[in-house]
Design a protein around this ligand. Structure first.
Ligand code: FAD
Length: 481
């Protein structure tokens, strides 16, 4: 089929305004902030309904045209970069909040619904429920963050965002429609158990098994009393010990740690270093909530007791400081006052490039992984920019090494990639798994995957996408890759 014929058919399925092939649009949809190579798509299409997505998928399957779904393109793994000659399915306009069930605490949403949008909706409607927010820009997709096993400011209590999904509606590679979760046999979208859990077939598959057109996401009760505090710590050992122990105590909604270069970046220094003498190593942030003022105060008092105890044992850390106090000292702290937030010092750094090694792994190995990781960063000329967080009560945790670089500069790109490769080899050795895994990483570690897993993975993908058109070059495992 010629390009003109393809465009004519797409215009028949949608309309001319929603089939884009101008140079600027194609360039915008072919790239992300990472070191992954850009690829210019053939066209960008903007469906509004599930039926339109089905028609587009049927057409693409008939003519073996690759399709890459995309919302904000902020995954930082090259996962929404299209396949050569392919179409990008820009889903930003499928952005309806279809239902908020206040009693059963879930929302049914389309993939284009953003974190800013759901917060605005819940707040403006006076709904006593909240969403978990990542540090992603406010315009990223709620549903995609769930599908990518993302992490949010309520992941300490509730685990990765995929656990919040209670079912999806998705278009498979032949254009057929499937629903998962309790909605399969009832009118309700409340949960996944006790049905066989087919929702997982869409989680962390990076859009290669189906295009999710609707999803039910759990919401959590809004507790009326809350505070966010920061604790300065002076070594990594103390920070991680506190994270592990506080996670078990169950006092907080969220615990996270940002290493000193993040603090400097917040104030506009894109290449931080060296550390000033006396500067804290980490900023530990603690979110605490209560149903009553007394409950909140009790939780805060427990935190202070814990910190004093650690200090008595010789560990260097300060008392908690409320975010409001920090904001009064410097308004840049407002970036951490309310979520979702736009961390512009990362997304709009002067070099334009942003990438990371983001991992989930055993908290027992945080100290060694962090020490070895920052040594690798230093070797490649990067400041020790670490973000850490316990997940699901401390059953596992996040370690993420962030790198800012000059996007499009081949020398800097190879420096970043070399650093990423060394980090990847190291984290696997210590039991950590890279999330939102880019193609280069899977190619590097493909021999480590269990062969039975690869066979099943490949078979599943063939059933769900027989023509291999859905984001085809991503997660390259198995024969069909
Ligand atoms: C500054 C910054 C901070 C961040 N902080 C966090 C954080 O704290 N926690 C966190 O989890 N993430 C974080 N991220 C990463 C990112 O924001 C999330 O991964 C986000 O969920 C991606 O959403 P998106 O709309 O950008 O998806 P996209 O990048 O557009 O798409 C991601 C993947 O999903 C696929 N996809 C898109 N739509 C569909 C669909 N309908 N069905 C199936 N597959 C689909 C795409 O093909 C692609 O493979 C951060 C990113 C930045 C830039």
């Amino acid at each position: 089929m010629t390009e003109t014929e393809i465009k004519d058919r797409l215009v028949q399925i949608l309309d001319a305004q929603r089939v884009l092939d101008d140079e600027a649009t194609l360039a915008r949809f072919g790239v992300d902030q990472t070191e992954c190579d850009p690829v210019t798509p053939l066209m960008v299409v903007q469906p509004l309904t599930t039926e339109e997505v089905q028609s587009l998928v049927r057409f693409a399957a008939e003519h073996a045209i690759p399709l890459t779904p995309r919302v904000a393109g902020t995954n930082l793994g090259g996962l929404a970069i299209p396949a050569p000659g392919g179409l990008v399915l820009d889903l930003t306009r499928m952005n309806r909040i279809l239902e908020v069930n206040q009693q059963d605490m879930y929302a049914v949403i389309e993939p284009g619904v953003t974190f800013a949008q759901i917060k605005e909706h819940l707040d403006s409607q006076g709904i006593d429920l909240v969403m978990g927010y990542p540090l992603s820009p406010p315009w990223t997709s709620v549903l995609i963050n769930c599908l990518l096993d993302g992490l949010s400011n309520l992941s300490l209590r509730h685990g990765s965002m995929a656990e919040w999904l209670s079912g999806v509606e998705a278009v498979l590679g032949d254009g057929s429609l499937v629903v998962t979760g309790s909605r399969v046999v009832t009118h309700s979208w409340h949960g996944r158990p006790p049905l066989p859990d087919l929702t997982g077939l869409f989680v962390s598959f990076q859009g290669t098994t189906g295009i999710v057109t609707k999803g039910a996401v759990q919401l959590q009760p809004r507790r009326p009393f809350r505070c966010r505090e920061f604790v300065m710590t002076y070594d990594r050992k103390t920070t991680y010990r506190a994270m592990r122990e506080l996670a078990r105590l169950g006092i907080h909604d969220d615990i996270g740690g940002l290493s000193w270069p993040t603090g400097k970046m917040l104030f506009g220094i894109s290449e931080p270093g060296p550390k000033d003498p006396g500067e804290p190593e980490f900023f530990l942030y603690l979110d605490t909530t209560g149903n009553t003022a007394q409950e909140l105060e009790l939780r805060r008092a427990m935190t202070v007791d814990y910190i004093e105890d650690l200090r008595r044992q010789g560990h260097p850390l300060e008392d908690p400081v409320a975010i409001e106090t920090l904001c009064r000292l410097n308004s840049r702290f407002e970036k951490f006052a309310d979520f979702p937030t736009h961390l512009d010092f990362l997304t709009e750094n002067p070099g334009g490039g942003l990438t990371w090694m983001g991992t989930y792994g055993p908290m027992s190995h945080f100290d060694e992984a962090a020490d070895r990781g920052v040594a690798i960063q230093a070797k490649h000329g990067f400041a020790p920019t670490l973000v850490s967080r316990p997940m699901k009560g401390g059953h596992y945790g996040v370690l993420r090494w962030i790198m800012l670089f000059n996007h499009g500069d081949p020398l800097d790109t190879s420096r970043v990639r070399a650093c990423q490769e060394e980090l990847l080899d190291m984290i696997l050795e210590l039991g950590f798994v890279m999330y939102k895994t880019p193609v280069w990483a899977i190619n590097r570690i493909r021999d480590r995957y269990d062969p039975g897993f690869v066979r099943l993975f490949d078979a599943v993908r063939k059933i769900m996408d027989p023509q291999g058109i859905l984001n085809p070059d991503k997660y390259p495992l198995g024969k069909s890759s």
